[in-house]
Design a protein around this ligand. Structure first.
Ligand code: APR
Ligand code: ZN
Length: 235
């Protein structure tokens, strides 16, 4: 990725579009046949020749300049996500701050999974100073409720979820820095878009067991972050 400009990154995921389409660009709401409404830094210089791009896999159309503006607004990790259908191009990473992920098997069963033991994951993230990828760079962030303990059934599906969570951790996708919807506190470490079960023997918070839909739901959430069931093999 070194040396690649945002325009070059975006163009890797595009196909050429010959005729100007009739529709509007859903990023800037202006006609695809006309110019992009975005004029920010790094956008003005984007070549006007190929002004509309088609995302190669999903086929959605946008102004090239709008895609570059969107890329510049993110964490610039070389990946791009279609804002319409969420198809991911490249490898999506997040802004999780440094910490530790550990796991082990405990010899007890979860409610609803009487026939197997339990995987306990322990996440530990200390407070720190926000980096350029966070909402308020240079200012401190807090980290509440750590170590956070999470549980999975120690069966085939649960172990698959664990392997995918390890990939998600490496890609900094498990936590983020922002405002907690539970406590309202800002500039703090929060769960990202992958649900975890933090209650072991009861279900007082609705983040416990039994929950028969949980495993399939979390597999969907992992997929939405670009982590697929074959990628876990690469670990
Ligand atoms: N356990 C697991 N997931 C939770 C919990 C919880 N106790 N509370 C909220 N979530 C889920 C929410 O459903 C949402 O999808 O995390 C996502 C983000 O919610 P926030 O409240 O913004 O996240 P955060 O502040 O990190 O979590 C609140 O979770 O693990 C506990 O100690 C933690 O008490 C804190 C609580
Ligand atoms: Zn799309």
């Amino acid at each position: 990725r070194k040396g690649r400009t945002p325009e070059e990154v975006v163009k890797r995921y595009l196909q050429k579009v010959r005729n100007s389409p009739e529709e509007d660009c859903t990023i800037c709401m202006e006609a695809l046949g006309g110019p992009s409404a975005y004029k920010g830094p790094g956008v003005a210089s984007v070549s006007r020749a190929a002004s509309v791009g088609r995302l190669a896999q999903c086929g959605h159309l946008y102004h090239l300049q709008c895609l570059v503006a969107m890329y510049n607004n993110g964490n610039k990790d070389g990946s791009l996500q279609c804002p319409t259908c969420k198809t991911i191009y490249g490898v999506k990473t997040g802004n999780q701050s440094p910490g530790k992920m550990e796991y082990h098997v405990i010899p007890h069963s979860l409610p609803g999974h009487p026939d197997c033991k339990t995987i306990r994951i322990i996440y530990n993230i200390p407070p720190g100073i926000q980096g350029p990828e966070h909402p308020n760079p240079g200012t401190p962030f807090t980290a509440r409720g750590f170590p956070r303990h999470c549980y999975l059934p120690d069966n085939e599906k649960g172990r698959k979820v664990l392997r995918m969570l390890l990939v998600a951790w490496d890609r900094r996708l498990i936590f983020s820095v922002g405002t907690s919807s539970t406590t309202g506190e800002s500039d703090t470490v929060i769960w990202n878009e992958i649900h975890h079960k933090t209650e072991f023997g009861s279900n007082l918070t609705a983040h416990g067991y039994p929950d028969y839909g949980y495993i399939d739901n979390v597999l969907k959430e992992l997929k939405a972050q670009g982590i697929t069931e074959d990628e876990e093999q690469q670990l």
